[in-house]
Ligand binder design. Sequence first.
Ligand SMILES: Nc1ncnc2c1ncn2[C@@H]1O[C@H](COP(=O)(O)OP(=O)(O)O)[C@@H](O)[C@H]1O
Ligand SMILES: [Mg+2]
Length: 280
Amino acid sequence: MTSTPQKYADDTLAIEEKNSFIITKEYRRFAEFCDACRREKYIGLCYGAPGVGKTLSARYYAKWFFLENRLPTHLPYLPLHPDISSCRTLLYTAEMSNPYRTIKQRISQMRTQLGRFNEELLPPEQQTRTVNNIGRFCELIIVDETERLKMEGIEQFREIYDRGDIGLIFIGMPGLEKKLSRYPQLYSRVGFAHQYHALSQEEMRFILSHYWEKLDLSMNPNDFTDAEAVSAIARITNGNFRLLNRLFRQIQRVIKINELNCITAEVVEAARECLVIGVI
Ligand SMILES: Nc1ncnc2c1ncn2[C@@H]1O[C@H](COP(=O)(O)OP(=O)(O)O)[C@@H](O)[C@H]1O
Ligand SMILES: [Mg+2]
């Protein structure tokens, strides 16, 4: 069977990711931090425990879901989603296996593509197609999974930063500041450090009420059963987004299998037993 080549860029998954993202207080803090690094052209460090939402926040901030499928040159990029006209950020996920030499080349390719897409979305009389102009659309580069980079990789980013008129953010786990402080050349250029926190209890309650709705249930804060279930979830997940999502998937399963119509502390407990907590 031969498959027909895809002619148009497909944004179905991107739109789904965009719509399912919950704008939390932590995301707002993260976005302010990114805006500041971008505006001031500083280097910023963002660190936080695994599963709190760093990667997803970076993807949302950069509108990365609209760009990532269009960057490989052999894939179709048209039609360009209108949101791309406000994309000014590149997201680079560090890989263990990638030799550091490819970093500059990769960033430069992504930068050109970002510029091209942005130019194509401008009215024809404003399009210049000159190399300098195409480069100016990139204002911020976010590097995710920074701990995977060796010294040479970090050095490449410092060079990119020094040459370009851009902000640069390194995302990683707690301890990232310490690791980077070993590179004084880079560390002396760090303008902001930002800690990404887990969800607060209050916010988790708000998010859970949405999750309840997804199961066609309504949460009543005055109902003891609901309050008990919510505090069980809060205790188990400790505000960790990844854990919360995983636990809720199990809750959904327990509810369905047992044909229940409310989430109780026992349901939460049964769901927890299906998870290996800690492996997140
Ligand atoms: N703002 C958000 N809205 C919806 N789900 C989220 C959000 N942030 C995180 N999640 C969920 O938590 C999971 C872990 O988030 P991720 O960004 O990968 O964490 P980190 O990079 O900090 O390890 C995601 O796969 C997603 O299921
Ligand atoms: Mg991550």
